[in-house]
Design a protein around this ligand. Structure first.
Ligand code: HEM
Length: 330
C-alpha cells in the first residue's frame, strides 16, 4: 500500500519535472510575474503619493534596522508592504529566469529577454537603495532627487519592457508584415514613451510635493518664474505624451493587428485619465489609475514593437518562406 502510494508520488513528481522541462505553464507563469510587477509599481506610487518613502528610516534592506518592524506607523506599514512585495517579486523573477533557461534552447529570444530581466532587476534594486540611503524621499525636492526619480522610473519601464518581452516570446506568435517605416516608427514610439514615463514621474513628484489648490492656480504656477523647477517642468509631461501618442498612433495605422487595436484603446483611455488627473488635481486614487493605464499602454506598445522589430522569419520574408514551403512539400 505504502509502496503504491510512494510509486504514485514518484510518478507525479517525474510528470511535474517533465512539464517543467518542456515549459508547460511557463507563459502563464511569465504573465503572472508581469501582472505582479504592475502591482508592485502601483504600490510604489502609493509610497510616493503618501510620502511614506522614509517609513523604514534610512535603512536598507532592513526596515528601521529590523527584519519585521514592531509597532509600525502607517508610513512604515506602506513602505514595509512595498519592500515585502518587491522581495516576493524578485524571487518570482529569479524563478522565471531559471525556468526559461531550463526549458528553452540556447539562442531562444525568451532567453535573451530573461538575461535583460536579470540585469535590470539588479539595477532596479541598486536604484531603490540609492533613493532610500540618499534620503531622496518624503519632502526632499532637490534637483538630485528629480534626476534619481527620472532614472529610477526609466529603469522600471525597461524592466517592465524586458518582462513583457519574456512573456511575449513564450506565447504563440502573431505574424506581422512590417516595412522599414514601421520599424523606425516602432523605435520612435518606444523612445518617446520612455520620455513620457520619466517626465510623468517628475510631474507626479511635483504634484506630491507642491499640490495645487485649484486648476487655475496650478496652471499659473507651471509658468511662474517664482515656482520651483519641479513645478515649472510639469507641462513637459503632457507635451511629451502628445508626441508619444502621435508616434504610437502612426505605428498603429501602419501595422494593423490585434495588439495595435488594443494599443489604440489604451491610448484613448490614457489620454482621458491624464486630462482627468489634471482637472481633479491628481488625488492618489487617480494617480494610481493613471499609472495603471500607463503600464498597460507600455506593455501593449512593447508587444507591438516586438512584432514589428523582431518578426518571425515567416512574416519578415513572406514570399521567400511560401516558396520554400512549396518546394519542401513538392
Ligand atoms: C500615453 C500617454 C501617457 C502616458 C504613458 C503617461 C504616463 C505617466 C506616468 C508613467 C506618470 C507617473 C506616475 C507615477 O509615477 O505615479 C504620469 C503622471 C502624470 N501624468 Fe501622464 N501619461 C500620459 C498622458 C498624460 C496626459 C495627456 C496628461 C494630461 C493632460 C497626463 C497627466 C499626468 C499628470 C498630471 C501626472 C502626475 C500625477 C500622477 O502621477 O498621476 N498624462 N503619467
Amino acid at each position: 500500500m505504502g509502496l503504491a502510494v510512494d510509486g504514485r508520488i514518484i510518478e507525479d513528481m517525474s510528470g511535474l519535472l517533465r512539464a517543467v522541462r518542456v515549459g508547460r505553464g511557463l507563459a502563464g507563469y511569465a504573465a503572472f510575474v508581469l501582472g505582479f510587477m504592475v502591482l508592485v509599481i502601483l504600490e510604489g506610487a502609493v509610497v510616493r503619493a503618501t510620502g511614506s518613502g522614509a517609513g523604514c528610516g534610512a535603512h536598507w534592506p532592513l526596515c528601521n534596522g529590523q527584519v519585521i518592524p514592531h509597532h509600525p506607523r502607517i508610513a512604515t506599514m506602506i513602505e514595509f508592504a512595498h519592500r515585502s512585495l518587491t522581495g516576493l517579486e524578485s524571487t518570482f523573477f529569479i524563478v522565471l529566469i531559471a525556468w526559461i533557461f531550463y526549458a528553452r534552447e540556447k539562442g531562444d529570444r525568451a532567453r535573451r529577454a530573461a538575461v535583460w530581466v536579470g540585469i535590470l532587476l539588479v539595477i532596479e534594486a541598486l536604484l531603490g537603495a540609492v533613493l532610500v540611503l540618499g534620503q531622496y524621499v518624503e519632502r526632499n525636492a532637490s534637483n538630485a532627487r528629480v534626476l534619481v526619480q527620472g532614472v529610477h522610473f526609466t529603469n522600471t519601464m525597461l524592466l517592465l519592457g524586458a518582462t513583457t518581452l519574456a512573456w511575449w516570446w513564450l506565447r504563440p506568435r502573431e505574424s506581422v508584415v512590417a516595412g522599414v517605416e514601421a520599424r523606425s516608427l516602432a523605435w520612435l514610439a518606444l523612445l518617446a514613451t520612455i520620455v513620457v514615463g520619466a517626465t510623468g514621474s517628475v510631474a507626479a513628484l511635483a504634484d506630491t510635493l507642491f499640490p495645487s489648490p485649484s486648476f487655475q492656480a496650478g496652471l499659473a504656477e507651471d509658468f511662474s518664474a517664482a515656482a520651483p523647477l519641479l513645478v515649472r517642468m510639469r507641462w513637459v509631461h503632457p507635451a511629451a505624451a502628445l508626441v508619444g501618442v502621435v508616434c504610437a498612433g502612426w505605428l498603429c495605422l501602419r501595422v494593423r493587428s490585434r495588439v495595435a487595436k488594443w494599443l489604440v484603446g489604451l491610448m484613448v483611455l490614457q489620454l482621458v485619465l491624464g486630462v482627468g488627473d489634471v482637472l481633479l488635481l491628481a488625488p492618489t486614487w487617480m494617480q494610481v489609475l493613471h499609472l495603471l493605464g500607463a503600464d498597460l499602454y507600455w506593455i501593449a506598445l512593447v508587444g507591438l514593437a516586438a512584432n514589428v522589430l523582431w518578426p518571425d522569419a515567416e512574416s519578415r520574408f513572406p514570399a521567400e518562406m511560401t516558396a520554400r514551403k512549396a518546394t519542401a512539400t513538392a
